[in-house]
Design a binder for this molecule. Structure first.
Ligand code: UD1
Length: 435
């Protein structure tokens, strides 16, 4: 199994191009099931999760063609991919356990399959490292749209006599995936659907934009109330995937934790409302211009120092749970204490013991972690546990004195394209070691 070796201490300096969003790309790929015509998605990142979704769709009968984009002026590090997906005929309406267990977002094929074929059998994604993560909201909403759903042998078996019908659905709490699944299903339902308490993430807006280009009638994406008037069919379209705001935020923290000066291109701070304010309080300057987002961090020992700030994760536009671990790594070397509260997932502090191995002082009380800043971290072998936890260890390793090796880096490959190359280009000493 590959490991990553980091020799910490160098401030990052340079430019990093931000890739297209993984979390926008996955539902967009699933949306190809809604039409027999080709859907062309540009600016997709090349990541293990995207490959998993492609494999799942291929087994549903979707034909796929991927091409590396050239001539977009971003150079090797920022090269996106264009994927053409065509679900001319659905060969199978079953999403098997072996493919679904690798990635929870596989459940996003359920809504589109049911809407187009009236039948779907999708493996339950099962538990995962960051909590139970059930799909009850997805299933309940589909039932409200007329689906018959049973759970048997670890599979969701859904059928609908005739067509799904529009319904008024109030989600009991905000779920990104449930909003996406039901939004897609509603585009082919009979009549109007009113979705209430929907997620407002930029990835939802991007999905709605693409569905609209495919002929769907959608109003209100980006707010907590979305109205969809169902159509008999959708058609092909071409769509550019938005920038990855979590990759953006991660490199913001990487520059900040090393006291560096980095410009991030092909992204926008509008995707991360509130981040400049939070980091401003910590003493990190974030500015945005034509050239990109510039992050200027404080060097260790520099006055005024990096300050501790309290953060609570919330659905968009609040602080993203997917940046919680990275923020915690940053707070490990702040002057003073910081409290980080996780309100989205019940078990998302697995990075804490690993950060402590690097010398951090963190105590967890329920959903909150109290981080008392230490003057410096020191390198050590650590183990990645999930995607965002692993990248927080990379950030801590970049700031730590000495060598850090991170095991189980396949987690990183699920969500960070060319991580080592992007960081090396800014002066980091980081390399991948084979097993
Ligand atoms: C998406 C993101 C993930 C991010 C999360 C929250 C993708 C591919 N993944 O995940 O990176 O961390 O949003 O921003 O976009 N829940 C239920 N029942 C349900 C659905 C969700 O109880 O039917 C719970 C979950 O366990 C979790 C919370 O609701 O506690 C929010 O989850 P949700 O927004 O659905 O996350 P995902 O869409 O899985």
């Amino acid at each position: 199994m590959d490991r990553i070796l980091i020799r910490g201490g160098a401030p990052l300096r340079g430019t990093i191009p931000i890739a297209g969003s993984k979390n926008a790309g996955l539902p967009l790929m699933a949306a190809s099931l809604l039409t027999e015509e080709p859907l062309v998605l540009g600016n997709l990142p090349h990541l293990a999760d995207i490959v998993s979704m492609a494999n799942l769709l291929a087994q549903h009968g979707v034909s796929l063609g991927m091409e590396a984009e050239t001539g977009n002026g971003r150079g090797e590090l920022g090269r996106g991919h264009t994927l053409t997906l065509q679900a001319g005929r659905i060969a199978s309406t079953e999403a098997p356990y072996d493919l679904v267990r690798k990635m929870r977002a596989s459940v996003l094929v359920l809504g589109p399959l049911l809407a187009r074929c009236g039948i779907a059998r999708v493996s339950l994604p099962g538990g995962c490292a960051i909590g139970a993560r059930p799909v009850d909201l997805h299933l309940k909403a589909l039932e409200q749209m007329g689906a018959d759903i049973t759970i048997a042998g670890g599979y969701v078996e859904a059928t609908v006599p005739g067509q799904l019908r529009g319904a008024e659905i109030t989600f009991p709490f905000v779920s990104v995936g449930a909003t996406e699944n039901i939004l897609m299903a509603a585009t082919l339902a009979d009549g109007e659907s009113v979705l209430i308490n929907t997620a407002r993430e930029p990835e939802i807006v991007d999905l709605a934009r693409c569905l609209t280009a495919m002929g769907a009638d959608i109003e209100g994406a980006g707010t907590d109330r979305i109205v969809v008037r169902g159509k008999r069919s959708l058609h092909g379209a071409s769509h550019q995937v938005i920038a990855d705001r979590i990759e953006t935020g991660t490199y913001v923290m990487a520059a900040a934790i090393t006291g560096g000066d980095v410009t991030l291109t092909h992204s926008s701070l509008a995707l991360l409302p509130g981040l400049s304010k939070v980091l401003g309080k910590a003493g990190i300057a974030l500015t945005e211009s034509e050239a990109g987002i510039r992050v200027q961090g404080r060097r260790l020992g520099e006055r005024p120092t990096l300050s501790g700030v309290d953060v609570m994760t919330e659905p968009f536009p609040g602080f993203p749970t997917d940046l919680q671990a990275q923020m915690m790594a940053l707070m490990c070397i702040a002057d003073g204490a910081a409290m980080i509260t996780e309100t989205i997932f019940e078990n998302r502090f697995m990075h804490v013991p690993e950060l402590c191995r690097l010398g951090a002082n963190i105590t967890v009380h329920g959903a909150s972690a109290l981080i008392r800043g230490v003057p410096k971290l020191t390198g050590a072998p650590v183990m990645a546990t999930d995607l965002r936890a692993s990248v927080s260890l990379v950030l801590a390793g970049l700031a730590a004195e000495g060598e850090t090796t991170i095991n189980r880096v396949y987690h990183l490959d699920r969500g960070y394209e060319r991580l080592e190359a992007k960081l090396s280009a800014c002066g980091a000493t980081i390399e991948r070691l084979g097993s």
